[in-house]
Design a protein around this ligand. Structure first.
Ligand SMILES: *Cc1c(COP(=O)(O)O)cnc(C)c1O
Length: 220
């Protein structure tokens, strides 16, 4: 079996190749290494190899491992990629450097309040439910532009971009295309899309961030 470090390096090579194939600039896609369910000991080899951008989907789980790692490696950039409850906004703003999953006014308001209170300014993305799945978090595609505007005008937030998780059993291409279109209409640059099974497609379609977990750290 290959180690996480070997698999990490292979993913970087595949991102490079996908950028080249798409005529994109080398290094224009950031790998967010997704570490949910894995422990510090599993993650450390990848940090020691120089990687700094990681994703977790639960606030509480992240609080158990990342504060100590962030103390040792000050330039770590931790992304929250899972659904957020407003009672977790305080902890999320305190720990995460990027929050990718803003999807409703209540959360936007809670994040804005905590940012003012704590004097922290994490990067902010809006999660779009491109497949309009009832069980999935995210704002509906048709409501996205108005929500981006309310985040700016009513909540005073600077939104950097959009994130999506396409329906598991569908071809992700049309979902990535929809996210690209919405971001363009909203004047947003950051696109977080693509996971272990489809990150090359996402890179080819313009992802600025791909979130890859199991293809690096193994099955969960
Ligand atoms: C777990 C997770 C990922 C990574 O998924 P893999 O298929 O393991 O690469 C990406 N994005 C989100 C939102 C996740 O929860």
């Amino acid at each position: 079996m290959r180690t996480a470090l070997e698999q990490y390096r292979a993913i970087l090579d595949r991102i490079d190749a996908a950028e080249l194939a798409a005529g994109r600039k080398n290094g224009s896609t950031q790998l967010v290494a997704v570490t949910k369910t894995f422990e510090a000991a599993d993650i450390l080899p990848v940090i020691e190899a120089g990687h700094r951008v990681f994703g977790e989907n639960r606030v509480q789980e992240a609080q158990g491992k990342w504060p100590a790692l962030k103390e040792r490696f000050a330039d770590i950039e931790l992304h929250l990629i899972g659904p957020l409850q407003s009672n977790k906004a305080e902890d999320a703003v305190a720990l995460f450097d990027v929050i990718e999953t803003i999807d409703r006014d209540k959360i936007a308001g809670a994040i804005a309040r905590e940012m003012r209170k704590q004097g922290r300014t994490p990067g902010l993305l809006i999660q779009v439910n491109t497949g309009e799945e009832s069980q999935k978090a995210g704002i509906a595609p048709g409501d996205t532009l108005a929500f981006v505007e309310r985040c700016r005008s009513e909540h005073g937030l600077t939104i950097d971009g959009l994130m999506c998780i396409p329906p598991f059993e569908e071809n992700p291409g049309p979902h990535f295309a929809l996210l690209v279109k919405l971001a363009k209409e909203a004047g947003l640059k950051t696109l977080s899309m693509g996971m272990s099974g489809d990150f090359e497609t996402a890179v080819e379609m313009g992802a600025t961030h791909v979130r890859v977990g199991s293809a690096i750290f193994g099955a969960r």
